[in-house]
Design a protein around this ligand. Structure first.
Ligand SMILES: Cc1cc2nc3c(=O)[nH]c(=O)nc-3n(C[C@H](O)[C@H](O)[C@H](O)COP(=O)(O)OP(=O)(O)OC[C@H]3O[C@@H](n4cnc5c(N)ncnc54)[C@H](O)[C@@H]3O)c2cc1C
Length: 428
């Protein structure tokens, strides 16, 4: 037997295993008899996170045959959740809080889950106090022992703000709004830990994600829809992938099977540079080491997340039961230690990295029969709702032409990128 035939047999076993529900969370596959020839697929989808799973669901709903592969042993991508040894529902890849202003995204996902209303709160440990983040009226009053009103707070910020001629860096964003002391206490240390760079070396966009508020609103997000999947993300993904038109193959790099199975169009949600064998060099990412702990008490901290901008090697500690609403005699927390090595989590937002990503994106545009979707394939930090919105948009464009010609489908996806820069495909 040749090597290729042996591999082909292994592939066949894997598809059938996936179909029989083997592996973590593998949904049921349409009945397939032993000895039947391998199926052809309309779509090969690389990655079973939100980008891949939403597209799989939409395409399968149209009757397309979809094979979705992930090299991890589970579906859900970074949003995957599971029960730990103590029976507490945890997010192995860090706390994932769902929030969106898009009614369309919320309604779409509501077909696959019920929700538990949840508004995330974050406190920062500064000068021996736990203070609200983003910085608001209570943060300033407690930190400095003041009794300012909301209108007075704006005046206070104005009095301590440093004039900056042109706001270019993260440091500029913060000092020009709230002054140097708040910058040093809340932002500088956190940013240096998170990125191993000083805020003066980082694009303004990084800190622009964390607003300050001249009121007492202590919510971390202000989106219209803030809720957690009632039974967790993994259950949501199981439902997204439940169609008999979808086969799931886990523990599989797409490169091991792409040439062994017939498929017509690829949807790629993995890293952009990896697809092109790093031909222009690696796109830099920041990663995290997660330390998960379980404590023998019901609650460990006041809120879902406590930031530690100035002490310890970790940036923040999150307690899952606040987020999931689970009742349990014990509690599980995760400590996040930023690192340069490991899974690609945060694209490093510097101009030279954006330029490198643009070179890869130009190649992606010319790649026939492949559509690049999701955070890794765009080299952008996207929240879950943004990825869902992008996947739905790509689907609408693919749906117009079907998969009759791969090039046409790719062109459609390109069009989506041009029309909506914020939810662009492959960095376009
Ligand atoms: C620590 C952290 C916390 C976050 N918190 C939030 C939050 O609170 N709220 C929020 O909205 N968003 C949050 N996000 C962002 C969220 O994780 C993403 O928006 C979402 O996971 C993106 O989905 P995706 O499908 O694009 O990518 P992913 O979920 O990363 O899925 C891509 C999949 O592709 C697979 N893959 C890659 N290469 C290959 C290959 N060669 N072969 C086979 N499979 C491959 C990977 O294994 C992965 O499972 C957070 C991100 C991080 C890192």
């Amino acid at each position: 037997m040749t090597d290729q035939l042996r591999v082909r047999d292994r592939v066949k076993d894997k598809v059938q295993d996936a179909g029989n529900g083997a592996g973590n969370n593998a949904p049921q596959q349409a009945t397939r008899q032993a000895g039947e020839t391998l199926p052809g697929y309309d779509y090969l989808i690389v990655g079973a996170g939100f980008a891949g799973a939403v597209l799989a669901e939409r395409l399968a709903h149209l009757g397309r045959r979809v094979l979705i592969v992930d090299r991890r042993p589970h579906i859900g991508g970074n949003a995957y959740d599971r029960y730990d040894d103590a029976g507490v529902l945890i997010h192995p890849y860090g706390p994932h809080i769902f929030h969106t202003n898009s009614a369309a995204v919320f309604e779409y996902l509501s077909q696959f889950t019920q929700w538990r209303p949840y508004q995330h709160r974050v406190l920062a440990s500064v000068d021996g106090q736990l203070l609200p983040m983003p910085i608001n009226l209570d943060t300033v009053n407690s930190l400095y022992g003041l009794n300012l009103t909301a209108p007075q707070l704006e005046g206070y910020f104005a009095s301590v703000a440093e004039p900056v001629a042109e706001v270019k860096t993260s440091e500029d964003v913060v000092v020009s709004r709230v002054g140097r002391d708040l910058y040093n206490k809340f932002f500088r240390g956190y940013t240096r830990k998170q990125w191993a760079l000083d805020p003066s070396e980082l694009d303004a966009s990084v800190t622009a994600r964390v607003p300050t508020r001249a009121n007492r609103d202590g919510r971390y997000f202000t989106d219209t829809y803030q809720a957690m999947p009632l039974h967790g993300y993994t259950r949501l993904f199981e439902r997204l992938l439940a169609s008999p038109n979808i086969s799931v193959m886990l523990n599989t790099d797409y490169r091991d099977i792409a040439e062994l199975l017939p498929w017509r169009h690829m949807i790629y949600t993995g890293p952009l540079d990896a697809y092109f064998d790093y031909r222009y060099g690696r796109l830099p990412y920041r990663s995290l080491n997660f330390e998960h702990v379980t404590l023998p008490r019901e609650q460990a901290q006041e809120v879902g997340t406590v930031n530690h901008p100035n002490d310890y090697g970790y940036t923040r500690v999150s307690e899952f039961k606040h987020i999931t609403g689970q009742s349990h005699a014990q509690t599980s927390l995760v400590y996040e230690y930023p690192t340069a090595e490991g899974d690609p989590y945060y694209p490093v937002p510097r101009p030279e990295n954006a330029a490198l990503a643009a070179r890869y994106a130009a190649d992606a545009e010319c790649e026939p029969g492949v559509t690049f979707v999701g955070r890794l394939a765009n080299y952008r930090y996207y929240n879950m709702d943004q990825v869902v919105a992008q996947a739905l948009k790509v689907f609408r464009d693919l749906e117009g032409e079907g998969a009759a010609t791969n090039q046409a489908a790719t062109e459609q996806a390109k069009g989506a990128g041009q029309q909506d820069a914020a939810l662009a495909v492959a960095g376009r």
